[in-house]
Design a protein around this ligand. Structure first.
Ligand SMILES: [Zn+2]
Length: 462
């Protein structure tokens, strides 16, 4: 299996550090707003990376950090007149909900920055001790001039980095490209006590504090959006390798391409900011997931509703055919061969896995499914053996891509839902709407959407 790494700028044979164990880290969101479809692109892509590795027999331990303390959070909380903590909790919950809807389920551990401040302080102290960082007026900065490999991930030269460093007048720093490990408290900000006084962690060290803690000094896969390569990931490499002396800190750096909207970068100021929630008001979650996966993860996606509509149609076409196959068990045990279906299955399977083995090329893998869907549609689905092979392949595909999951697999017993709705009806009659609403919310978490019309309540599996 080949995997492209930003560090080597080429596809490399995938070989984890230790046998079949894969340790994987992906930069999670800063929880200050509704997740947008750019987030969806990265997290759906990385979900498939983890799923595919697991499918291939690797034991994947996948950690995502959550940035729950940051300037954006503090500012937004101030605007809304609530505590930073409360704002972060609220948007973290929304993030989990959105990911659940998109069937992003492969993360083993979410680690919040504010729960790792102790580790962050320890790393900062160690960096000062080793001479890689310095304190200045209650702030601590990483001294980029001490780390000669700075720029190796983004492929930039040091002079370019200095020229490119934001011209921010900061008299505390020795050099403009130095970055903050610890920030001293400003009036009214949340703070933690540290050897340098009250303050809070910088962004980059949050990830290394978490990843070194859970994944060790070197690990296999680090993923994230392409916009994070510099300075964020560059800074992570500098921190980790300075601390441990072990190179490389990460074996494979996987970066997802940009998501544009009608050719432009998504920005609140341009009015083209699309949240996951906003899209899911009009489209099925699996349509969005399919749309995102019907592109290679490193390619940029130019989002438009026209393309999303096309994806919707394509997904439904595949899904309908696959369901037809999944419902059938074949009728002819004597091996009434269905040559065409059998042959299409073989070539499709080959193409699918070849594409997945080529740097998780979901675009090509999905393209390989269309001829199979076509063959299912025209097949009598009689040959028991072929039908069973088709079904088992669809099951694998669904496990890998997180699409085409049969609703039966969710194991929902209609009688139980009816019983719950019966109780909800009684509550509504007694005007206990708060409880009735909670039942609705709980069912929704289990993937069951209910709809009241008059006294009747209908439900469907979402
Ligand atoms: Zn990060």
């Amino acid at each position: 299996m080949l995997v492209y790494s930003t560090l080597s700028r080429e596809k490399e044979e995938f070989k984890p550090i230790k046998g079949k164990i894969v340790k994987m880290f992906v930069c999670g969101p800063t929880v200050y707003d509704y997740p947008h479809i750019g987030h969806a692109k990265t997290y759906v892509a990385m979900d498939v990376v983890a799923r595919y590795l697991r499918f291939k027999g690797y034991s994947v331990f996948y950690v995502q950090n959550i940035t729950d303390i940051d300037d954006k959070i503090i500012n937004r909380a101030r605007e809304m007149n609530i505590k930073a903590e409360e704002l972060a909790d609220r948007f973290l919950r929304i993030y989990y909900e959105d990911m659940e809807k998109l069937n992003v389920k492969s993360v083993n551990l979410f680690a919040r920055a504010t729960q790792h401040v102790e580790e962050i302080i320890e790393q900062t102290e160690m960096l000062i001790e080793k001479g890689f960082a310095y304190e200045s007026n209650g702030n601590v900065y990483f001294d980029v001039s001490k780390f000669s490999d700075f720029g190796k991930l983004s492929g930039q030269k040091k002079e370019e980095l200095i020229a490119g460093a934001r011209v921010e007048v900061d008299e505390n720093k020795k050099s403009p490209e130095d970055f903050a490990l610890w920030k001293s408290m400003k009036e009214g900000e949340p703070f933690w006590n540290s050897p340098w006084g009250r303050g809070r962690p910088g962004w980059h060290i949050e990830d290394t504090a978490i990843s070194l803690n859970y994944l060790g000094e070197s690990y296999d896969v680090h993923g994230g959006g392409i916009d994070l390569i510099f300075p964020h990931h560059e800074a992570e490499v500098a921190i980790a390798e300075s601390l441990t002396g072990k190179k490389p800190f990460v074996r494979y750096w996987l970066h997802t391409g940009f998501l544009l909207v009608n050719g432009e970068k998504m920005a609140k100021s341009l009015g083209n900011f699309l949240t996951i929630r906003g899209i899911l008001e009009k489209y099925e979650p699996m349509t969005l997931r399919f749309f995102l996966l019907y592109a290679h993860y490193r390619s940029p996606i130019d989002f438009s509703y026209e393309l999303l509509n096309e994806a919707d149609e394509a997904y439904k076409r595949l899904d309908t055919s696959f369901r037809r196959a999944q419902r059938s068990e074949g009728t002819d045990k004597e091996g009434g061969e269905d040559r065409e279906l059998k042959e299409t299955l073989l070539s499709c399977k080959h193409r699918f896995f070849e594409a997945m083995d080529d740097d998780f090329n979901t675009r090509e893998a999905i393209a390989a499914l269309f001829p199979l869907a076509k063959a299912i549609n025209v097949s009598p689905l009689s040959d028991v053996e072929t039908v069973s092979e088709v079904r088992s392949f669809i099951k694998d595909v669904s496990e890998i891509l997180g699409l085409f999951e049969s609703k039966e697999e969710k194991n929902i017993k209609p009688e139980i839902i009816d019983a719950i709705l019966d109780i909800r009806k009684m509550l509504r009659e007694e005007k206990r709407y708060d409880l009735a609403d909670r039942i609705r919310a709980k069912l929704s978490e289990c993937g069951i959407e209910i709809e009241d019309s008059g006294k009747e309540t209908r439900w469907k599996i979402s």
